[in-house]
Design a protein around this ligand. Structure first.
Ligand code: GDP
Ligand code: IMO
Ligand code: MG
Length: 418
């Protein structure tokens, strides 16, 4: 793995190819061992990245999963929207695991703060969509859209405000809560918002002092290697995803570089992460969504319930045109195909390969392997039909599969030679 990581070059990004929850956190946790700096660029606590180390589960929403590799600088980029109580909880969770992340943490002063009133607006907008149109976006209700609305309207509060005086900051918060209440009819609670911010300010005031773009460049100059953890995924991208059923940030490799202030040409590699099947939480098109019985099987075997909201994820099959699209947008060098073991009991593996003239999905039906791949650590030890499935993905996307997930644990990852 060390050699593989080294070959990724000094700046590598891990980006989801589907609608999120592909298993980005797990590969980041593995690769982080071999990188000097770990960064997250965009999105907020709508993300949920679960990793399992020594049988213990850790769920990250804002900090990158690589934070568990103690002692490395961790950067939260300018395109992020940060809910402070959630960040404090995560810092505490790491503290309980024996890691004091605070001295290592660098938060972009330009990242925006997500307030509880943003969550309230998120819920109110969703309610209205359901009432007026019969269907919402199915957001995580983490205030993401409204926080980016404030950012685009240039009325948001940014992390740099943690350096302001208590008086000024408290006043600015109260003004915003008042505005939000009159615009959206939400109740809002300026006192509670201030109390949350004050707590964060006491702990993190010094962690928002440095321009993180300049910091990233100083890392580059010092020949330190940087691993970027993508959040959400390509088909949820605001510009290139399945709009309007997307998130409000840029989830691609380009979006990650933008969020961190890194020039496009500094990226030396990009790993695309795709599940062996496919899931989606929330509304919107899902061409390869499976029949009820197959969904149930995949959901049960894959534990497909949202890490952030607990919602059951919609389940279906891998869709080659989507993978090719994601590879095109991001410039993937290789795939990490995850959760192969979830397909162990399938008679047949369906893979969407295109559409007919009526827009009906055409499937390739590959024979299943009907034996356990859980915990398999080398590609040659995979059943022949599983090897064929991997080769099928490679051949049809034109991109090599270098990593294959065979279980939840950190060790359950095959490194496949090119
Ligand atoms: P992320 O948002 O892309 O980081 O993915 P999530 O963490 O939301 O969802 C992936 C889930 O699958 C997590 O519960 C992981 O522990 C689990 N997982 C990741 N890779 C594998 C794998 O190869 N096999 C199995 N069975 N589970 C995996
Ligand atoms: P990770 O990083 C899966 C989805 C929501 C909803 C849409 C908009 O764990 O892969 P939002 O709250 O962002 O306004 O919701 O985007 N969504 C995700 N789905 N994984 C995620 O993150 C997601 N982040 C947002 O379910 O459909
Ligand atoms: Mg997730």
């Amino acid at each position: 793995m060390q050699q593989f990581a080294q070959n990724l070059g000094p700046v590598s990004a891990v980006i989801g190819a589907q609608w999120g929850d592909e298993g980005k956190g797990k590969v980041i946790d593995i690769l982080a061992e071999y990188f000097d700096v770990i960064a997250r660029a965009s999105g907020g606590a709508n993300a949920g990245h679960t990793i399992v180390v020594n049988g213990k589960k850790h769920v990250f929403h804002l900090l990158p999963a690589g934070s568990l590799r103690a002692g490395k600088p961790v950067v939260l980029g300018a395109a992020m929207v940060i809910h402070l109580p959630t960040l404090l909880e995560e810092i505490k969770m790491l503290g309980d695991a024996g890691i004091n992340i605070v001295p290592q943490l660098h938060i972009a002063p330009a990242a925006h703060i997500v307030f509880d009133y943003h969550n309230e607006i998120d819920a109110a907008l969703e309610k209205q969509r359901v009432e007026e149109r019969g269907q919402g976006i199915g957001t995580t209700k983490r205030g993401i859209g409204p926080a980016y609305m404030d950012k685009a309207a240039r009325s948001g509060l940014r992390m740099e405000s943690l350096q302001w005086s208590d008086d000024v900051l408290q006043k600015e918060i109260a003004l915003r809560v008042k505005e939000a209440s009159s615009l959206y009819g939400i109740s809002g609670d300026a006192k509670a918002e201030w109390s949350n911010v004050k707590q964060a300010k006491d702990l993190l005031k010094d962690r928002v002092a440095r321009n993180t773009a300049a910091l990233m460049h100083s890392f580059l100059k010092g020949k330190q290697t940087i691993l970027i953890e993508g959040a959400q995924a390509t088909l949820l991208d605001l510009d290139h995803g399945t709009y309007p059923y997307v998130t409000s940030s840029n989830t691609t490799a380009a979006g990650a570089l933008q969020g961190l202030g890194l020039p496009p040409r500094t990226l030396t590699s990009c790993i695309g992460v795709a599940k062996s099947y496919c899931t989606r939480v929330g509304s919107g098109t899902f061409l390869t969504e499976a029949d009820e019985a197959s969904q149930q099987r995949l959901r049960d075997r894959g534990g497909e319930f949202g890490a952030t909201t607990g919602r059951p994820r919609r389940c279906g099959w891998m869709h080659i045109p989507d993978l090719k699209y994601a590879a095109m947008i991001n410039g993937f060098d290789c795939w990490n195909i995850t959760k192969l073991d979830v397909l162990d009991t399938e008679e047949e593996i369906f893979v969407g390969v295109g559409e007919n003239a009526d827009g009906k999905v055409l499937y390739e039906r590959l024979p299943g392997w009907k034996s356990s791949t859980e915990g398999v650590r080398s590609s040659e030890k995979l059943p022949l039909n599983a090897q064929n499935f991997i080769q099928f993905i490679e051949k049809n996307t034109g991109i090599p599969v270098r990593l294959i997930g065979t279980g939840q644990a950190r060790e359950d990852m095959i490194l496949r030679s090119s």
